[in-house]
Design a protein around this ligand. Sequence first.
Ligand code: HEC
Ligand code: HEC
Length: 340
Amino acid sequence: MKLVNALTICVLGTGSLFASSLIQKASENGMMPIPADKAELMKLINDKNDPITKEKVELGKKLYFDPRLSKSGIISCNTCHNVGLGGADGIPAAIGHGWTANPHHLNSPTVYNSVFFKAQFWDGRSPHLADQAKGPIEAGPEMAAPASLVEQRINSIPEYVNEFQNAYGKNVKIDFTKITETIATFEKILVTPSPFDDYLNGNENALTKEEKAGLNTFIDKGCASCHNGIALGGTMQPFELAAKYKFASVGDFKGNAQGMVKTPTLRNITETAPYFHNGQIWSLSEAVQEMGSVQLGIAISDEEAASIVTFLKTVKGRKPDISYPQLPESTKDTSKPAFD
Ligand code: HEC
Ligand code: HEC
C-alpha cells in the first residue's frame, strides 16, 4: 500500500506521466522544445569563440535595421525579414535593389529561430548565420552592396566605430566579416518560446484538448518525420517524394544538387504566409494538404487539416522585445546612396 502511494506521488510529481504520453510521443518523434531554462538555451545558441554579449546584440540590432548596409540606402535586413511580421515580408518572392524580384522567385524565410537551423537558405548552401548574412548584402537583387562599400560606410561613422570597440575591444578591425558576425549575434537571440514548448516542457495545461489532438494528428500523419528538432524544420529533406508540387512551374528552384530542400521551420507559421519556396500558397490548411500529397502521398481531409492548423497555432511564440534602434548619423565621408 505504502509503495503504491509512493509511486503515485512520484508519477504525479514528474509532471503527470499518465496524461503525458503525448509529450512522450512527440519527443519520441523527434520534436523538441526550446529549453525553458535560460542557461540551457544559452548552451545551444552561444558560441564560446564569439560569445553573445549585450553590446554585440545591441550593435547587431542596429546593423540589422540599418538600410545604409544596402547600396541604395533604403533596404535593410528588416525590409525582407521584418521582425514585426513574423521575421518575413509577407510577399511571394523577395523584392530588393531596384525593385528586382528574387531571380529564382524565392520567398523570404523567417529569421526567428534560424539559430536552430542545421542549414540556411532554401538549398541549404550556407552552414551558419554569420556566413549567411554576407549573401544578401552583396547580392545584386537584394542589398547590392559590395563588402568594401559596407566597410566604408560603417567606418565613416564614428559612433559605429565606438560601438564596435566597446563590443570587441579597441583593436577591432571593422571589416565585412566582423559586421556580418555581429548581425548574426543579434539574430541568435530571435528565439520564440510558445505554448507548445511550455507543454513539452511539462505544463500539461499549456495546450487545450483540441490542440493536443492536432499535435497527435500532426505526428500520426508523418509530418514530424521532417518537421522535427527544436526548429520543427531546418534540415535538408527530399522534396516531391510522392507527387509533383502543384506550383512547381513558378520560378526555377529545384533544391540543391541532390534535389533536397531546406525544411522550413513551422514556428510562427501562421504569421509567414505565403508558403513554399516560391510563396504560392496563402492558406495554411492548403499548405498542409499540399504537404500530404507531395511529401507523404496521402490525402489529408479538411477536418484533419483544420486539426493540424489548430496545433500549428500553438507554435506561434513569444517574441523578444525589440525596440526600434536610433541609428548613428552619417558623416560627410559616408558614401552616398546609389540607385544604379
Ligand atoms: C531583398 C530581400 C532580402 C534582404 C534585404 C535580406 N534577405 Fe535574407 N533572405 C531573403 C531570401 C529571398 C532568402 C532565401 C534565399 C535563398 O534561399 O536563396 C533569405 C534567406 C535568409 C536567411 C536563411 C533563413 C533560412 O530559413 O534558410 C537568413 C538567416 C537571412 N536571410 C538573414 C538576412 C540578413 C541578416 C539580412 C541582412 C544582412 C538579410 N537576410 C537581407 C531575402 C532577403
Ligand atoms: C519528407 C519531409 C517532409 C514531410 C514528411 C513534411 N514536410 Fe512540410 N516541408 C518539407 C519541405 C522540404 C518543405 C519546403 C518545400 C518547398 O517549399 O519547396 C516543407 C514545407 C512545409 C510548409 C510550408 C512552410 C513555409 O514556410 O513555406 C508547411 C506549412 C509544412 N511543410 C507542413 C507540413 C505538414 C503539416 C506535414 C504533414 C502533413 C508536412 N509538412 C510533412 C518537408 C516535409
